[in-house]
Design a protein around this ligand. Sequence first.
Ligand code: BG6
Length: 479
Amino acid sequence: IPVDPFDLVIFGGTGDLARRKILPGLFRRFCAGQMPDSARVIAAARSAHDRDEYRRFVAEAIREFSGLRACEGGTLNGFLDCLDYAVVDARGTEGWADLASRLSPDRVRAFYFSVGPGLFGDLAERIHLHGMATDESRIVVEKPFGHDLASARDLNATLAAHFDEGQIYRIDHYLGKETVQNLMAVRFGNMLFEPLWNSQYVDHIQITVAETVGVGGRGEYYDHAGAMRDMVQNHLMQLLCLIAMEPPAKFDPDAVRDEKLKVIRALDPVEPHHIVRGQYNALDGEHPGYREAVGNPRSSTESFIVMKTHISNWRWAGTPFYLRTGKRLVARSSVISVMFKDAPHSIFGPDAGRHANVLSIRLQPNEGITLQVTIKEPGPGGMRLIDVPLDMTFADALGPEGEDPPDAYERLIMDVIRGNQTLFMRGDEVEAAWAWTDPIIAGWQLRGEVPKPYDSGSTGPGDADLLMKRDHRAWRGIN
Ligand code: BG6
């Protein structure tokens, strides 16, 4: 279903995120007929380019990152015709009047702040000053949303000075992933799971986001953030919320976000001995180690973290949630595993072994959901039990063969245009997440803790496995 014509201004329109995600994502929506021909995308940046140069830049980005092979030629030109470029000085006065004059009066206006948070205030203020903010205006902001609770509060206050909460779209791109939304469909669209979705039937939950990439060219940012701020405070926290939250009364932005907020507020503080931090070593001259990559030989920032946490509420009391994320690991794999308890009594005797159901929600790669069930091994060999997967792999349902599944960004940008905030973080959620994160990081600093080294291409430091072993449990494999 096409959205209404809109004007989208991308501050930082020549940046990495715009090149890799935002513009290829918009192009895919254009090819799908969802973005109308008359929509306008205006890149606003400091460097002096003209419209044609910018179109060439975008055409190149689309070839490299859109994942589409078929949609070229006329369609590409049609999309490029929607693009414009404006030279704007975010901290000064240059270019703003010109930008304002290019916007249409009666359309939805979205201002995408694809820039560092240090510029959010300047941009918000200037948008107002130049009369560009209408009732139909929205701003989109990227993580990192602050560095701690105090800075997140400041950012919220800065934005609130110029925009209502209903106009602020804080992106956590994990919420735009196909399987993440499917998680809600599975939980709340079926009768099967919800009655078992509690500490009585669930032994524990594992959330793993493993990456093979290192810190790449983002060393300076990352060394100040680490895995805790970069991944846990936002992406893993959001996954945890969707797994653990109570059913919202409706699939509406505030109903969903109210329930997520309750989960964050019910999280226990994490005991120091329930956390293992790691930092990757070089891989045989092939990749630099973490410290070399960030240019800080004494860095004590973690590129890997596992932790055990609890949610103190009626539903989850006593059920541990294990979180794990890291860079330069053996495989790229993001999976949530809901580990059900064993059946209370085995009628098949002691030789039948332990068989517990596992619901695995695979975010990437190979998106899908698998339910591990126990059956009799087929054949005449007697009553032997085996586990088999009931597998729902989404690839077949996701469009023509060979095409990548829709990227999180394309979905989220269309939600911005439609004015649907369900998959965006509310200000109070972000603050609550920092309120939980801050004391953990402060504890490391106070105790002068350094992360354990681990080999690139491994599953992280051995202590991560010990944390599980102590609880007589094991991590699901990363693959
Ligand atoms: C970003 C983090 O938010 O998410 C990166 O800053 C990380 O460090 C990335 O690599 C992971 O996203 P995805 O979609 O590739 O799993």
